[in-house]
Design a binder for this molecule. Structure first.
Ligand code: IMP
Length: 443
């Protein structure tokens, strides 16, 4: 078995899509295991830009099986639109498989997400308003509608009625909203079922069979460790587990299927939505990084909050995921800064120092970043293809990260193009970096 998990090691938007896309051509299948269309990947391939929300980025590689696992929450309308858009650009999407057990984001989830945020006022989470939280809440309450329900009219209707009933009070302000009309909701969803039927499968079994055949499978996380509902900056988190451990449950495979865990981190930090961000910048450097890095949400278009690389949070993510490799993205964005700062510790409100991520929310909310200054570089990195091509200051910066985190850097992003990466020696020693080819048996 060869399973590689790729997760975000920060607050999401680390460039996992690009890393997965790059590695996807060396593997047989790419699986998403949590989240929904709150995620967004932008991939530039042969100069053409692709924006994906639900479909794994492996879809851009002919012959790669792409799986939306049971742990994902699917807005069927969005999925069908995404499929249609890819087809319109002549992309073969026939290899997409969708777990019959994945839960559906229903029209009332979207309304409840927005209403919930509005009610919270200044305490709002800053969700993507895609209905993610309410959908996972229904899943846990055992009131969820699953992909397989789209194929059975009677069950579908029964379950929608059961799901809407307990929400009657919260849905009252939307009573007249046409999207809540039961008859048309059922009809619309049956149509979605017809459209998606050919893709619906027992994806856990499919993956088991592929792994048994020694196929190489990538488990692609969405969001990032700090947005994990259990270990992130709760309540300013998403409603699923973006950590590597969730790959097994969200895809329906056992832990022994996982050989490597890659964590993706930018060379700096961003976050969208509310919540603590100790190394956040509020000055012109933040503006500069945002502008140069194109730090605006793929899904929502929101400007991202920007700050220095937070090694305390990254160490925490490395531990929670037992990372075996790091991919550092967007190193090129830092070119031109005379000095770069990096957060090596936190200082609490009462002066205490923290090398580890504080477990208490109050401490974290008042923590300030302890910054270490290192020299910057002015050279453009876009053409660098090996570590030795990098300016010394950039190579030193990477070494500092590696030393502080204790995880080898395998891959470094030096530009938006898929060829603008540097493989390190450690990277070439990984399953996918060693030139592992697709298994013939699985194809
Ligand atoms: P939700 O996932 O839409 O419920 O949003 C919860 C929190 O997670 C908010 O702060 C969002 O901004 C954040 N979030 C959700 N998805 C992503 C993502 O793909 N990248 C970055 N932040 C995200």
């Amino acid at each position: 078995m060869s399973g590689v998990v790729i997760v975000g090691a920060q607050w999401g938007d680390e460039g996992k899509g690009k890393v997965t896309d790059l590695l996807a051509e060396r593997c047989d299948a790419v699986v998403r295991f949590q989240g929904g269309n709150n995620a967004g990947h932008t991939i530039v391939k042969d100069g053409v830009q692709w924006k994906l929300h639900l479909i794994p980025s492996g879809i851009l590689h002919p012959g790669t099986t792409c799986v939306i696992g049971n742990g994902v929450v699917i807005d069927p309308k969005v999925l069908i639109e995404e499929l249609d858009a890819l087809r319109a650009r002549n992309l073969d999407v026939s290899g997409l498989r969708i777990s019959a057990n994945a839960h559906l984001i229903m029209p009332y989830h979207l309304l409840l997400d927005s209403a919930g945020e509005a009610k919270l006022g200044s305490l709002q989470i800053g969700t993507t308003r895609r209905g993610i939280g309410p959908c996972y809440a229904d899943k846990a309450a055992r009131l969820g509608i699953r992909v397989q329900d789209l194929l059975d009219e009677k069950i579908l209707k029964k379950k929608i009625v059961a799901a809407m009933e307990p929400k009657r009070l919260s849905l009252r302000p939307f009573e007249k909203d046409p999207s809540l009309d039961l008859k048309s909701m059922v009809e619309e969803h049956l149509t979605y079922g017809h459209r998606l039927e050919r893709h619906i499968a027992d994806t856990s079994k499919l993956l088991w069979e592929m792994l048994e055949e020694k196929a190489c499978v990538i488990f692609e996380g969405a969001q990032g460790a700090m947005l994990d509902i259990d270990h992130g900056t709760y309540p300013f988190v998403t409603s699923s587990n973006p950590l590597a451990g969730a790959a097994c449950v969200g895809a329906g495979v056992g832990p022994r299927a996982i050989d490597e865990v890659w964590g993706v981190s930018k060379a700096y930090t961003t976050r969208v939505g509310s919540g603590p961000f100790p190394s956040e910048l509020h000055d012109e450097t933040a503006e500069e990084i945002r502008r140069r890095g194109g730090e605006f949400g793929t899904t929502t278009g929101r400007p991202r909050r920007t700050g220095w690389l937070d090694l305390v949070a990254l160490r925490y993510a490395a531990r929670l995921n037992t990372l075996s490799a790091l991919a550092i993205t967007k190193l090129d964005v830092l070119s031109g800064l005379s000095t770069i700062k990096v957060c090596t510790g936190y200082r609490g409100a009462e002066g205490a120092e923290f090398d580890d991520f504080p477990y208490h929310q109050t401490v974290l909310h008042h923590a300030r970043a302890e910054l270490t200054e290192v020299p910057g570089w002015s050279e453009d990195l876009g053409e660098c293809t090996s570590l030795s091509d990098l300016p010394k200051a950039a190579a030193d910066y990477l070494e500092l990260i590696e030393d502080e985190i204790g995880v080898p850097i395998a891959l470094i992003g030096v530009g938006p193009g898929r060829e603008q990466v540097i493989w390190t020696e450690a990277g070439r020693a990984t399953l996918l970096g060693s030139g592992a080819q697709r298994s013939q048996s699985a194809l």
